[in-house]
Design a binder for this molecule. Structure first.
Ligand code: UDX
Length: 442
């Protein structure tokens, strides 16, 4: 099929590369000329394992193209995907200005029989707005045409996005038209070699809702476990043991119940807020979802509070070595990363920060911690430790899992570790001579 994907952000780029990999001819469109120029030359604006190789391979195979000209590419297009950003508006709702601008342009330039797919995470009712925006332009052109708006939300995890796309747990297609559903089924068939059961079709509004509910459910699991971790500390229990104890019940399961420094990233914080807002707009107060958000906001500072308890309110003349800045491993994404909040809190109290992350240093330096003083960035985890009063682990990159603890002792002023991701064995660390602080175990 001939596909046009509008928006070369995270979702657009991964989807474009993967659809091309499956033999479709894909053109990815963006208004940012510099980005498009870079992509044509194999410069990928984000770090995602496997993406660069896949993009380059498909560009050289002539299955993947990049362009700034939407108009030209609508002509031969079977399906157009809207994958532009939906940033959080002032009031917590998803801002649809980019989505509706694209819908307008599609209406201005489309030809007959087009399927338009909402791939961006959009609130319930957006497909209707997209349809109306396109129809308005067609009425203006006075050229009646057949088109269908389909919802096909994305469930990619950063750091594992290629795998998620190529071998999906499920694909959700929301459509009110049988022909459009069949075309989507044909597009996704190669991704399900043995059975099409995991292609789930439903009405448009339910599909739009599914995306928010999946993310809110996962965020709820995390906030629930973080709250339990805080209670465990108070009653002298070990959340790591409790986690295994409850996970063994197949109705609960082991996944996504790791306590830590709170969830971050581009999806959970934004989607939880947007769902709360949607409920509010419809006259419903979403109490549980609000609590999920509040628990997470507090959790981001749990490690900072432990440091303050240990070193006092005034951290002047103290230096802390941070291992990990990204919101999670295998990404350079710093959006809503707990490290931002923790570092700002420590710096506010006079501390100096030594920081290392395998991928996210530039993002931190140039954007998210640009205006925060007293941070020095290092290119190795051991170098950050020099003259530091403690090491603080905030992202569970693989290279932090079993470091040379003797080297840590040698470099740190005193052997103190604050572990915001519970990476090490508590008893072993104490036996090894470390003062070791975790989440959910005193
Ligand atoms: C998430 C969803 O998983 C994905 O389906 C959706 O499309 C986009 O949002 P992503 O933001 O890439 O993906 O990250 P994910 O791996 O889900 O982790 C989100 C956050 O939860 C991270 O900050 C992570 O550290 C935290 N987390 C995850 C925990 O604190 N505990 C856990 O047990 C799991």
């Amino acid at each position: 099929m001939n596909l046009t994907i509008i928006g070369t952000g995270y979702v657009g780029l991964v989807s474009g590369a993967c659809f091309a990999e499956m033999g479709n001819t894909v053109t990815c469109i963006d208004i940012d000329e510099k980005k498009i120029d870079g992509l044509r030359n194999g410069i990928i604006p984000i770090y995602e394992p496997g993406l660069e190789t896949m993009v380059k391979r498909n560009v050289s195979n002539k299955t993947l193209y990049f362009s700034t000209n939407l108009k030209n590419h609508l002509e031969k297009c079977d399906i157009a995907f809207i994958a532009v950003g939906t940033p959080m508006g002032e009031d917590g709702s998803a801002d649809l200005k980019y989505v509706l601008q694209v819908a307008k342009e599609i209406g201005q330039h489309m030809h007959n029989n087009l399927i338009i797919v909402d791939k961006s995470t959009v609130p319930v009712g957006t497909a209707d707005k997209v349809k109306a925006a396109i129809q308005k332009e067609l009425d203006h052109r006075n050229e009646p045409m057949d088109f269908h708006v389909v919802s096909n939300p994305e469930f990619l995890k950063e750091g594992d996005a290629i795998n998620d796309f190529m071998k999906p747990d499920r694909v959700v297609v929301g459509s009110d038209n049988e022909e459009a559903t069949e075309k989507m089924r044909a597009l996704y068939a190669p991704f399900f070699r043995s059975s099409m059961d995991r292609l789930i079709t439903m009405d448009v509004r339910s599909a739009e809702m599914t995306k928010y509910v999946a993310n809110a459910m996962l965020a709820t699991k995390i906030s629930f476990m973080n709250e339990i971790a805080n209670i465990c500390e108070l009653v002298g229990a070990d959340v790591n043991k409790v986690r295994i104890g409850i996970g063994s019940d197949s109705r609960i399961g082991y996944s996504f119940i790791y306590p830590g420094s709170g969830y971050g990233g581009s999806c959970f914080p934004k989607d939880v807020k947007a769902l709360k807002k949607t409920a509010e707009e419809n006259g419903y107060t979403a109490e549980l979802i609000s609590a999920v958000e509040n628990v997470n906001d507090k959790q981001k500072l749990v490690i900072a509070n432990k440091i303050i308890q240990r070193f006092g309110e005034d951290l002047t003349n103290k230096t802390f070595s941070i291992w990990g800045l990204a919101f999670k491993p295998e990404t350079d994404d710093m959006r809503e990363a707990p490290s931002i909040y923790i570092i700002k809190e420590l710096v506010k109290r006079g501390a100096k920060i030594h920081a290392y992350d395998p991928k996210a240093t530039e993002e931190a330096q140039h954007f998210y911690l640009k205006d925060t003083k007293n941070i020095t960035y290092f290119d190795s985890k051991y170098k950050t430790l020099q003259n530091s009063d403690a090491m603080i682990l905030l992202t569970e990159w693989k290279e932090f899992r079993s470091p040379d603890f003797e080297e840590l002792k040698k470099q740190l002023k005193q052997p103190i570790i604050f572990d915001g991701r519970n990476q090490y064995n508590h008893a072993r660390m104490l036996k090894n001579g470390f003062e070791y602080y975790q989440i959910g175990k005193k």
